[in-house]
Design a protein around this ligand. Sequence first.
Ligand code: ATP
Length: 372
Amino acid sequence: MSIQKQQPETVVELSNLTKRFRDVTAVDDIDLSIRSGEFLTLLGPSGCGKTTTLRMVAGFEKPSDGVIRIDGEGVTNTAPYDRDTGMVFQQYALFPHMTVADNVAFGLEMQGRPRDEIDERTRDALEMVRLSGLGDRYPSELSGGQQQRVALARALIIEPSVLLLDEPLSNLDKKLRQEMRLEILRLHRELDVTMIYVTHNQDEALTMSDRMAVMNDGNIHQVGTPEEVYRHPADEFVADFIGNANLLGGQVTNVSADSYTVDLDNGASAQLAASTADSATVSEGRDVVLLFRPERFRIGARGETSGDNHLDGDVVEATFLGSHMEYLVDVGDEIVHVFKQTLVDGERFEQGEAVTLSFGRDAPFVIPGGST
Ligand code: ATP
């Protein structure tokens, strides 16, 4: 008997969702499906519309256009407390005059649950976020990390289908942030709850997400796993926003079945494997952008080459970063980042030194030019 893998069901579905504030279109006709049990990140620079999107899912903001479904049910105009969602805010938003236990119990009190059940579930929720014994304190008597744990317990106690998190770690210092990252991932794993997580921090999105939706100017540019987005960015914006990217512009010439040439804007030319681009991108005369991650270049003294392609340049900055060196190399009309592992007795280059960068036919990822 063959076992068929079930497609995960969609828990949250956004269709043609738009939000306008007077003359600002904060969210511009987006579509997005979030699957059951998924950790999905909305990632993008400040002002790109991610918080507005999350607040529309929560019901705190009314869409100008479009539809929101949760668990298959239209909730576009449903009040926040009638949606199957919980929310955690950047500023914790705890009730200052209520104890930790009362803060956590709030959602169940509103539902009018019996006292015994409320007490038991509050104890369990505090244990779940490792705050047992602190129920009688007030929020002001807790650290920032502890307050965020209370906010998590308060949102999770009502067992929502979807937990919405709006930059929950940005008020914490670096060490606490890393600790809470793991804590949130543990809760996600143990409770199997769908999470939508807003952040502008690329590292957070890359390390935490099952999938990420990269936003800019109210639009979603790409949805994919961290690896897909890092390795195959949909356009220049995504390439530049996620990870270190070197972008070199040029024009396609000499297309053959398994390779093509790009005449680069800096005067050099590159032989590339057909697999570096979608076939639609590779057509003679077309403007393209070659995207290189810094680890894809090899650096050698001027004239010292390896691989099919070479770029001459001058080191403008050399920085020791422990396990590797970072070089900034001027290759004509661009400065590119190059990483090189620091090996004992390995070759080192200094500022001002003439070097040659080499790269293979499959080193860059090539996207159409002029896409941003
Ligand atoms: P940040 O990371 O800075 O919070 P964001 O990506 O979450 O940014 P939003 O807060 O969703 O972005 O804002 C998107 C756009 O909508 C911005 O231009 C913002 O100024 C505008 N905006 C958001 N809320 C309102 C409001 N209540 N009234 C008017 N404009 C708003």
